[in-house]
Design a protein around this ligand. Structure first.
Ligand code: GAP
Length: 459
């Protein structure tokens, strides 16, 4: 089944039922567009992050990791341009008193990008053409710009002078530490600094489940390179990012690359490629790779007391490096992985099953051990502990018929089910069942790890 034919509500219900995602603050009526991750959701997220870290930090010997704070000195946001530029064009319908993204209305109706239009042109177009919207007649206001940064304060006295913000991207925490990291680690250009962390945006139109939320997590790499090598590095990271997504098991038909036109580039970018994914609600940006040039380092050099720069011993020159930035949201990537792997399979005329066909390395549980009867629980738990000690995430399920237990594990993406039965005590063997093929094999208990390592087809 294609992603566009999948039912988003069915997927959301499935995720709630099986402990991946819950409505946040549910007992108090919820908080709009805010979701908490349950026991299985957090296991999946941890596996996604582990894979990003491996691909973008560990396996790239020139790259290092970092962790900066959510609240930074406000001057960071002045220098980066976020205070002036990080704003969406808002238009209000005076009849229903609702505010909308003007660019989204235009794009939804025309199916065309709005970035070449000025605010006035956009506003006039909407006033002339959109007489009814969101089940209401319309009487539009002027477009106003709304800054997306969440405001906060620090200390016991709220002073306007000390206005602080929650970071809208993790990147700036890296830029302002460029000198610290380069010196401490004695890094030679080119090198990258990456981090995973929370970002906050007071989005005007959050929604589509965890696709666009106000609190979310990003995985960002800032790759610093020589100014004349920026295009090679950009190409390298576009290709690498695409392969990273495909290696997570996402089908190649579910993604496409979109190069930004000049008039749609962010204020800091010379070039940007989005990797888009086909969600049930349409194609949407999954990951962006931007050539940020020397914009950010130069901006901080202008406004701070310390110059962020690199001395190249070979050419005996001081350089302000260019930055290539692959950036992806953890929550959005998790949604893409879930949508792509969610299937309903007809087994025979009467029977069907839901499977999350997750790549082995992402499965919340790689294995579930099932005792045929409760009297075999102790031996089964020993196998579970042994596999967990060997870093094979394993759970245990003893309730219900074996058939029902298989279905439950298919529904949460568990790659292998191991059944401990009456013969196991005698022949030291168990039955191992593959999630996707449903094929079963009898193997020796002391061969389980070898078998799993050999047969778990991970990319
Ligand atoms: N540092 C560059 C940057 O933040 P962006 O395109 O605004 O660029 C990068 O964001 C990625 O972060 C997006 O591709 C998306 O995966 C994720 N993202 C952005 N806003 C989000 C939101 N409100 N909710 C969930 N994920 C979001």
């Amino acid at each position: 089944m294609k992603n566009k034919d999948k039912d988003m509500n069915e997927i959301i219900n499935h995720l709630k039922t099986f402990g991946f995602v819950f409505q946040s603050s549910e007992i108090y009526g919820g908080l709009s567009n805010t979701w908490d991750y349950g026991p299985l959701g957090i296991l999946l997220i941890n596996n996604i992050k582990k894979n990003w870290w491996k691909k973008f930090i560990t396996l790239e010997s020139k790259n290092v990791g970092f962790d900066s704070k959510v609240i930074l000195n406000s001057k960071v946001w002045q220098s980066s341009g976020h205070l002036q530029n990080f704003a969406d064009p808002l238009i209000e319908n005076k009849i229903n008193n609702k505010r909308y993204r003007a660019d989204h209305i235009y794009e939804e109706i025309t199916n065309q990008n709005s970035s070449s239009l000025t605010d006035k042109e956009l506003e006039n177009w909407i006033k002339e053409n959109v007489k009814e919207y969101d089940n209401s007649k319309t009487d539009w206001t002027e477009i106003k710009h709304f800054n997306l940064m969440f405001k906060t304060a620090q200390g016991v006295v709220e002073q306007t002078k000390n206005q602080l913000y929650l970071r809208p991207e993790t990147a700036q925490g890296i830029f302002i530490n460029f000198n610290n990291v380069q010196r401490a680690m004695r890094l030679k250009l080119p090198f990258g600094i990456g981090q995973i962390g929370k970002s906050f945006r007071n989005e005007v139109t959050p929604g589509n489940f965890i696709f666009r939320t106000r609190e979310f997590e990003q995985m960002e790499l800032e790759y610093f390179t020589f100014p004349n090598d920026d295009e090679n590095a950009y190409k390298y990271y576009v290709e690498k990012s695409k392969n990273f997504i495909l290696d997570l098991g996402i089908n190649k038909e579910s993604i496409r690359l979109r190069i930004h036109s000049e008039d749609e580039l962010a204020h800091y970018a010379k070039a940007t490629t989005d990797i888009e994914f086909e969600f049930p609600f349409g194609w949407g940006e999954l990951m962006g790779i931007a050539n940020r040039t020397d914009f950010d380092l130069k901006a901080h050099n202008k406004f701070s007391d310390i110059e962020l720069k690199y001395f190249d011993q070979e050419s005996n020159q001081t350089i302000i490096p260019y930055v290539i930035e692959p950036s992806v949201g953890v929550d959005r990537l998790m949604l893409a992985i879930i949508v792509d792997s969610f299937c309903i399979e007809q087994i025979d005329q009467k029977d069907s099953r839901i499977i999350m066909k997750l790549d082995y390395k992402l499965c919340p549980y790689k294995v579930c051990v099932l005792p045929l009867v409760k009297a075999q629980s102790l031996q089964s738990k020993k196998i579970m502990e042994y596999l967990n000690e060997n870093d094979i995430e394993t759970n245990f399920d003893e309730s219900g018929s074996i058939g029902k237990r298989y279905r439950r594990q298919d529904a949460i993406g568990t790659f292998w089910c191991i059944t401990y039965d009456y013969d196991s005590d005698i022949d030291n063997s168990v039955t191992i069942r593959n999630r996707d093929t449903m094929k079963q094999e009898r193997i020796k208990i002391d061969q389980i790890i070898d078998y799993i390592n050999k047969n778990s087809n991970t990319k």
